[in-house]
Write a protein that binds this ligand. Structure first.
Ligand code: IVH
Length: 697
């Protein structure tokens, strides 16, 4: 897309602009747009940014300012023009220029060998070039560019007609608003692709939902197709969707002359890449024998978990467009392409019953018990149904055959019940009307999907609160664990959080069943937890909607835990990522006498209530340095290692890019290591190197 020379020029232009901020002359408007487009491309398509986010924002603001004072200079493909107002009403229906067909499926080598034979018979040649590329698991879209401008984006719909979602498509920053098709004589072009959410963004999105006790989105594919239909483009933008474009379905050329790049599928992917699209140009490979095709599919399948996005198979396409035309299509699918589907991460099973679990906030979670089935390498027997609405929406009944999915590292979920297989013996699922543990009343707050047990002393809630307190992400009291919490509770040794610090060790010794060594271990670990940093204690207290991230934000804004009890709603809301709901919850927590007593008691027991006096970032040993860990560490826990970096003023990154300074590599490191090796400025460290760097042995 950009030559080295262009990259250098754009970089120096960037430097000049940055030096002349805050305002830039309006004569530079087009140059400034070029610079911003270049950095968007580096960030969103190449995942190799050359600019800090903050600097990008400053340049973007400078462009906004010029366009505000000179509205006549605004162009539809200006980086500022992605933003749009909310939509009202339905998305208009539009016709596709060419029907969006589906693909025929294959599941094994024999299927592919068969297909290859049919293709060779149809084409009457013995050697055929095939292009093999990933099959992206997202929502399909079609884009139309006219005279280099993006004029329409649509969903697949029924293949003939789809929804016009242009406004939302413009929020996807890897989709160029304009592309130099005219340089290839192309005046109009329709491109097909798939919109998806990377695993990382999907997880971040679900973590946010979980912090609010909302059910997570089922999988990245549903998340992507749902996101495209949101009526609020700002929200679509926040979801960080990606678009992979893999097929040119229609084009109009000057003098009816097809450009050479569009004569082969593989070169059309290269052309799309060259014009700034995130096409699978780098992932695709061209082969002449089906055996090599099969091997490539198997290799890709083996590495599927290391990819940053979900794929559900590979697509094999006849590379010559002429030959594609000759082979033609059936009413459902082209004869020149086939999908090779990876092993299913779905299975069917019987729904035998539903347990109702009481969480630490009293939330009643229905959990489906199914006949255990292996899916994608794990046996699944229990599946959360999140809340009553989910049971109703999916029309689930005990005795139903259900379709279960487990995508990548996503938790398993029930896709649907197969109602057509019912025999009349199925029973409805009765949601309890009282707490299954303490029989107290259940309440459902307005706007919430969960029912909660209102008894704060409900034994189930008490136990869950203690389990949460000692858990790995909270106070991390090792060798305590869920089983011990339950056992000590049953024995009457532990009935609240402060009780953790007053366990009757003598009785434990008398009872037997606990080795002396494990008792000492437990005692030491409990003692050690008193010095855990404040943010862990805040998270451990289980304030509703306060996840680890919010806990960190809170800890950073106070010097003693009691400070939180003095903060007003407005002060709380002014903190990063703290909205009305979260602020209210924190506010109420610190107005509850029982919680104030708990804090007093924990302070008296010697728990750390103050924030560590952190060395300011700039003075830190690692200030300005960024780290990423990959693979399994042997001597350190991942969280410990990360805390070491943060304590020294270093920054943690979540992906490999040219912003990264150090990649610390544990055992079985995968794609991150491979990627880092290609970026010369990244230093690769072993765990030992890292420990030495931190001043350890
Ligand atoms: S080609 C006319 N290539 O999979 C041929 N499709 O199960 C157009 N898909 O409807 C399709 N990755 O939405 C093609 N690399 C890829 C793909 C891909 C994902 C989707 C597409 C298609 C569906 C069929």
């Amino acid at each position: 897309m950009y030559t080295e020379q262009q990259t250098r020029d754009l970089q120096s232009k960037t430097a000049v602009f940055l030096q002349n901020l805050p305002s830039l002359p309006s004569t530079e408007v087009e140059a400034l747009r070029d610079v911003l487009r270049f950095h968007e491309y580096r960030y969103y398509v190449l995942d190799a940014p050359l600019l800090a986010d903050f600097e990008y924002d400053q340049l973007y603001k400078a462009l906004e300012a010029i366009e505000k004072t000179n509205p006549e200079l605004i162009r539809p493909d200006s980086p500022t023009q992605r933003v749009a107002n909310s939509l009202n009403g339905a998305f208009p229906t539009v016709n596709h220029l060419v029907p969006m067909l589906s693909l025929d499926n294959s599941y094994n080598a024999e299927d592919l060998i068969d297909w290859d034979r049919r293709v060779r018979e149809g084409a009457k040649t013995s050697t055929i070039e095939y292009c093999v590329e990933p099959k992206f698991d997202g929502a399909s879209i079609s884009l139309i560019y006219e005279n280099d401008l993006l004029v329409r984006g649509a969903t697949r719909g029924d293949g003939i007609q789809g929804d016009d979602i242009t406004t939302n498509i413009r929020q996807i920053r890897s989709v160029p608003l304009s592309a130099r098709f005219s340089e290839y004589g192309i005046t109009q072009i329709e491109i097909r692709g798939e919109v998806l959410l990377t695993k990382k963004h999907f997880k971040a999105f679900n973590d946010k939902l979980a912090e609010q006790n909302l059910p997570p989105l089922a999988n990245p594919r549903n998340a992507a197709s749902g996101s495209l239909r949101i009526k609020d483009p700002e929200e679509v933008r926040r979801r960080n969707l990606e678009a992979f474009l893999y097929h040119v379905s229609y084009h109009v050329d000057q003098a009816n002359q097809t450009p050479a790049a569009l004569e082969k599928h593989s070169s059309s992917l290269d052309l799309l890449w060259e014009l700034g699209f995130r096409s699978p140009a780098k992932e695709k490979q061209v082969f002449t024998g089906i055996e090599d095709v099969i091997q490539y599919c198997l290799d890709f399948e083996a590495g599927r978990d290391d990819l940053p996005y979900e794929i559900d198979g590979m697509v094999i396409k006849v590379n010559s467009l002429d030959l594609q035309d000759e082979l033609g299509m059936t009413t459902h699918h082209p004869r020149w392409a086939i999908a090779y589907k990876f092993k299913a991460r779905q299975a069917t099973s019987k729904l035998r019953g539903v347990d109702f679990q009481v969480g630490r906030t009293g939330a009643i979670t229905p959990v489906a018990k199914i006949d255990p089935v292996p899916i994608g390498g794990v046996t699944v027997g229990s599946i959360s149904l999140f809340n009553e609405d989910v049971i109703k929406e999916k029309d689930l009944m005990i005795g139903d055959t259900v379709l279960v999915e487990r995508a990548g590292d996503v938790i398993p979920y029930i896709v649907k019940s197969l109602a057509e297989l019912r025999n009349g013996e199925e029973q409805p699922i009765l949601f309890p009307s009282a707490c299954p543990r303490c029989s107290s009343t259940l309440a459902r707050e307005e706007g919430e999907a969960v029912w909660r047990c209102i008894n704060i002393d409900c034994p189930a809630q008490v136990v869950e609160r203690i389990i949460h307190f000692v858990s790995k992400d909270a106070m991390d009291i090792r060798s305590f664990g869920e089983a011990n919490v339950r056992k000590f509770y049953e024995l009457g040794w532990l009935s609240d959080i402060p009780g953790i610090y007053r366990l009757p060790y003598e009785k434990m010794r008398q009872l037997g069943g606990f080795g002396e060594k494990s008792i000492t271990n437990l005692q030491t670990n409990i003692e050690k937890s008193k010095t855990q940093p404040l943010h862990r204690l805040i998270f451990a207290m289980g304030i509703r909607y306060v996840g680890e991230t919010t806990a960190k934000t809170l800890a950073q804004s106070i010097s003693h835990l009691n400070d939180l009890s003095r903060m007003s709603l407005e002060e709380l809301q002014s903190l990063e990522d703290v909205g009305v709901k979260v602020a209210n919850s924190i506010y109420l927590f610190f107005r509850n006498q029982a919680n104030i007593e708990l804090i007093k008691e924990l302070e008296a027991l010697g728990l750390t209530m103050q924030t560590e006096k952190k060395t300011p970032m700039t003075d830190g040993l690692l200030s300005g340095q960024s780290f990423l860990f990959t693979g399994t560490l042997n001597r350190l826990k991942r969280t410990e290692a990360e805390e070491m970096v943060e304590a020294r003023g270093g920054k943690l990154l979540s992906g490999v890019s040219s912003k990264l300074n150090y990649l610390v590599v544990g055992d079985d490191a995968g794609s991150k290591l491979e990627k880092a090796k290609k970026i010369p400025q990244i230093q690769i460290l072993t765990e030992e190197d890292f420990i030495k760097m931190m001043g350890g042995e």
